[in-house]
Design a protein around this ligand. Sequence first.
Ligand SMILES: [Zn+2]
Length: 432
Amino acid sequence: MLIKGAPSATLKQMQKWAESKKATPLFIELANTFYILAEKIGIDPTVVYAQSAKETAYGRFGGVLDASFNNPCGMKTTQGGGNYDKSAHMQFNNWIDGINAQIDHLALYAGLSGYPKIDTTDPRHFPYLLSSAPHVEDLGGKWAANPNYGNDIVKMVQDIQSIKVEQEETKNTLKDLENHWAEEEIEFIVEKGELKGYDDNTFRPDQPLTRAEYCVLRARQLGFVKKKIISSIKPTVFILDPGHRVDTPGKRANGLLEYEFNEDVTRRTGKLLESHGEVYYTIETENHPYSEMTAEGRSKNLNFRTNNANQIYDKAIKEDKKVIFISMHANAASNPTASGYEIFVYKMGGEAHEIAKHIYNAAENILGVGNTIKSRRIKEANFAVLRNTKMPAMLIEHEFFTNVEAVKKLKDDDFRDLCAKHIKDGLVSYMA
Ligand SMILES: [Zn+2]
């Protein structure tokens, strides 16, 4: 069984399996995070989740660690130490960091391209481990001393794959019908499919019927079928991340503070997107919540942004909405002639890459990328806002403010409008 690869089971199967093993509610909830982060890297999420179940006893822990370590796999510190020594084990800042460490460690064993990585939360990212265990079975005697360690995980993964997930429950469980005088008649009509409940599982039996609703009802009774299938586009949530703040050191040249461009274009984009979905911003204040002068503060500030985004995501997926994250930037380089437009995604080939292609296309048509603006294409980057966000995420570098000619565009009001428009157009074309 290979460690790398696409998901070999669905998220629902992972969750149902964990439930069947009496996993803790936290461990069941984290299935989603495991799934998304592993899929982003190109590691089979079921392997990561099964390994974590083995290492944490399905989230119950019980060894020297507990859930407060945010450590999904008994990961030790760089120095290491005894299995029963608490201080020999990693305490991660949050579960995303912990799960990413496990994933990066597995990806290193599996020999994924791009590994070993320079920027990783894995404290034991030793280059000599590269490609030393491409198969789950190989982990025995390597990740853990027990020679059957890998085989045990293989069995757990096969368990997950065999979980049967019933079709989405379609039975109507309308909440507000009980004891209503027309309960049985309403249920009969709903079962016939002539009238439906609302999304919140209510029927609102005493609400009046409009003329339009009467027509729909009568048309259905007469056997009318819609000729054109109305596209079932999910409602979309856009999370916009204006890069940097006033207190970010550097990030200014040729009379432009990058923050000022990012903030302005973010707000213009948000305005345009309002008629296409819900719009949220990762940060609203002029300054960051923590000091930008220390590495710890900067890392907390990035976490602040990604945590805000992830909270919006968690709520949105419960409501079956689609979520897209875009971080807005202008570029800088020590070489003053550097110029051009580029989009960064965490990994090529995923949904973020797909969305980025649409935005890139719009950039060519609207901003003149490839013509009046140098084309720097779509690239991979290990940025925190791309790595630690649960939704498809991209970071756009519009032009270089360190370039005397390019900065004129970045300062220009019409150009900023076009920046906003190309993002909106790209997203709308992706969703169509
Ligand atoms: Zn920037």
